[in-house]
Design a protein around this ligand. Structure first.
Ligand code: PXL
Length: 240
């Protein structure tokens, strides 16, 4: 019998903006996947490009939500994490993986914390260390280049990049633990921009590049991660 897949999306809600749960929920639902949510915080806006945003930390709700879900014997075909606001949330989410995965669950960690060479203003400098550990527990990770170099403790370089550089990053990221890596913000010239993929088991590297659209769009990583997960849960492979 065909059974609808169920994902637990663990991200913040930014009330204004097009990111985190406000995009994960509609995109995953539209892809035919049931999307349960664990909101990690409620912000008036996302943090990029705004000052004065409100931040209601929901860390204290995560364990009670998980405890109630355990009484319902819930498990998830996928657990998808994005913006996590503190080391404590990283720990709670790692435990959530252990409590709610089954042997076929796909754990996708988007290590949301930085872009354009800089850590988002809400994070301490040592946060990438903690996020790196969480990535070690994932099946698929979706860092951008800034997040990748912060976790690998390498210097940030502006593009255009070379294939050698990108493939070296992909392999080092896979060494952190995940089976598959999807690196975003990859470009080799000023016309095309997209993602590079690496499957540790097969060793296959792939590229998905499209025409660059000028400008900076907050939340594109979350739109991409949600669409990627929807595709994976519908049987589309990352690497061909
Ligand atoms: O899109 C990533 C994201 C998610 N959530 C919050 C953010 C950002 C990026 O700035 O600030 C709160």
């Amino acid at each position: 019998m065909l059974k609808q897949k169920r994902v637990a999306a663990i991200h913040d809600i930014s009330c204004f903006g097009k990111c985190s749960l406000t995009v994960a929920l509609p995109i995953l639902s539209a892809s035919g996947v049931e999307c349960s949510v664990v909101p990690t915080a409620v912000l008036s806006t996302h943090t990029g490009g705004f000052t004065g945003f409100t931040y209601r930390d929901l860390t204290a709700d995560i364990t009670p939500i998980a405890e109630h879900w355990k009484t319902l014997d819930l498990t998830f075909d996928s657990i998808y994490t994005g913006y996590l606001g503190s080391f404590e949330q990283l720990e709670l989410v790692a435990k959530f993986f252990d409590d709610f995965r089954n042997e076929d669950s796909l754990i996708l960690v988007d290590p949301v914390m930085a872009d354009n060479g800089v850590l988002y203003q809400s994070f301490p400098q040592n946060f990438p260390e903690g996020m790196k550990k969480l990535c070690g527990k994932a099946d698929v990770i979706v860092p951008n280049i800034t997040e990748a170099v912060l976790m690998l403790k390498e210097e940030y370089k502006e593009g255009p990049y070379t294939k050698d550089y990108i493939e070296d990053l992909l392999k080092k990221l896979a060494d952190l633990g995940p089976k598959q890596v999807v690196l975003t913000g990859v470009y080799f010239d000023d016309k095309k921009l997209g993602a590079a993929t690496y499957d540790k088991e097969t060793g296959v590297v792939g590229y998905a590049l499209a025409d660059r659209v000028e400008g900076y769009y907050h939340g594109t990583g979350d739109v991409f991660g949600s669409a990627l997960l929807g595709a994976l849960l519908n049987g589309v492979m990352v690497s061909h």
